[in-house]
Design a protein around this ligand. Structure first.
Ligand code: XIL
Length: 475
């Protein structure tokens, strides 16, 4: 067994951000046609579909404001990355410690987010005293005691539990875990029955990896659900971890989710990440965007799919590089908390659109007040490439609906790929137009978009911007 919950977090570094500060005066604005009010976060897109979008939380990272800000705004579900596992909650027999798990539960409650429980019985990250139990009867008693105590502690807080995690081998046979070998086939149903008794309101799920396609392993779980339903053993949901490799979203993912839904259980993507060889390049990030879109779309298209959970927020803190050597960059935000193209993919899969809005007849030209916008520009650069994040703030007193931001690149920089906006370039002139979901900028509101680009060694920040034709403050 493996207990690697105490593995230190990985930290990666990239060159520091650059910011420019120039103040410019007012111009004239072209009124942009009004677009339909659009959701601007992953959670608002999810909520509009009656679904949740979640992330695996490690509470200590909330001390970083960028991490907390994303967690606070983008998600309406939280799962503990490690804090509710057996090794965390019952380090010695019948002695329960909930401090770390409660931090996650408190964070969820304070932000009005759903709390998802992970996980009661798993062949990893259980305490070493469990290995010392040789009798099946005693291990069953210990397992039921664990399930009962933890599920009771979080009753009323957790909406669903991964009761049993990773119980099957890829060939569909039972994994020969300590629970399987000492208790036998019935350990799974015993865990589910104990969880139901301890928290009758929580949905009870079985969770696994490499089950995203129709294959021997997913079919084994399918058969288990059918069998439990037939025999009246409680089971409400199936989790599909979806730790995926770039470009390998199974084409039958949606069909697979649907066949489980047809059995009368909810389904969920529970631990999504899409790993690639590192360092990543623009083409890989574009494929990753498409992969995220496929997964979110599959869930959107299955009524009983409750939502998607990503296994972390930022590539700065991800289990992937620790476990899959040479791989990383698997999450939605990069190591500097910049949104990656994957964000737009996820948003698009949940109904946000990233296509250029259809132009309609322009409205009358109206003068724009001076300094009605402020733009900040942050860049991470290496030899000949860079990633930029641009934040546009409406500093005026009226809402902006639909925006076009322009600037000029003076050192031959070329934008190669953008997210959260459509970016075009003609010579040195660059034009960024809102995505449909971030078209609306209320007074005082802001939005960020990003892009990758190339440069020839010098990469100065733009000195000036216009928003809908009016000059902006450079923040
Ligand atoms: C991982 C965590 O992300 C790591 O921090 C920890 O060291 C090991 O476990 N499948 C699961 C998750 O169900 O609990 C695992 O989480 C990733 C694989």
């Amino acid at each position: 067994m493996t207990d690697d919950s105490k593995r230190p977090p990985r930290r990666h570094r990239r060159p520091l951000s650059v910011a420019a500060a120039v103040l410019l005066a007012a111009g004239a604005a072209i009124a942009i046609p009004q677009l339909a009010e659009a959701a601007t976060t992953l959670q608002s897109l999810a909520a509009a579909k009656g679904k949740t979008v979640g992330f695996a939380l490690t509470s200590s990272y909330l001390s970083e404001s960028a991490y907390k800000n994303i967690a606070d705004t983008e998600f309406n579900l939280v799962v503990a990355e490690n804090a509710m596992k057996w090794s965390s909650t019952e380090p010695s027999r019948n002695s329960f410690t909930y401090a770390a798990g409660d931090q996650v539960a408190d964070y969820a409650a304070s932000g009005g987010k759903q709390l998802y429980g992970h996980t009661l019985v798993w062949h990893q990250q259980y305490p070493s005293w469990v290995d010392g139990i040789s009798s099946g009867t005693d291990l069953l008693a210990a397992m039921k005691n664990h399930v009962t105590n933890v599920a009771q502690h979080y009753a009323g807080k957790v909406t669903a539990w991964d009761v049993v995690n990773e119980a099957f081998e890829d060939n569909g046979s039972r994994r020969q875990s300590i629970f399987q070998t000492r208790i036998g086939n019935t350990y799974i149903e015993e865990a589910f029955k104990a969880a139901r008794a301890a928290d009758p309101a929580a949905k009870l799920c079985i969770n696994d990896y490499s089950t995203d396609a129709v294959n021997a392993k997913s079919t084994a779980i399918y058969n288990l659900v059918q069998d439990f339903k037939a025999r009246g053993i409680p089971i409400d949901c199936v989790g599909f971890q979806a730790h995926l490799i770039l470009g390998q979203v199974p084409s039958d993912l949606q069909a697979n989710l649907q066949r489980f839904a047809n059995l009368g259980v909810d389904v969920r993507i529970t631990e999504l990440d899409v790993r690639m060889t590192t360092p990543s390049d623009a083409s890989e990030l574009a494929t990753q965007k498409s992969d995220f879109q496929k997964v979110f779309t599959a869930c959107a298209n299955v009524t009983r799919c409750t939502g998607v959970t990503v296994w972390g927020l930022t590539d700065k803190y991800s289990w992937v590089p620790d476990v899959f050597s040479g791989y990383g960059a698997a999450l939605i935000w990069d190591e500097n908390y910049g949104k990656k193209p994957a964000y737009d993919g996820a948003a698009a899969g949940f109904g946000g659109t990233t296509t250029t809005p259809t132009p309609t007849t322009p409205g009358p030209t109206t003068p724009a007040p001076a300094g009605a916008c402020a733009v900040s520009y942050a860049v991470n650069q290496w030899n000949t490439g860079f990633t930029a994040t641009v934040t546009v703030r409406n500093t005026g007193s009226s809402a902006i609906n639909g925006w076009t931001l322009t600037w000029s690149y003076t050192a031959g920089q070329t934008v190669t790929q953008a997210w959260s906006a459509t970016v075009t370039q003609s010579g040195s002139a660059v034009t960024a137009t809102n995505a449909a979901w971030n078209a609306a900028l209320p007074a005082g509101g802001s939005t960020s978009f990003g892009f990758n680009g190339t440069h020839g060694g010098s990469n100065p920040a733009p000195a000036a911007y216009t928003l809908n034709g009016a000059a902006c403050t450079v923040a």
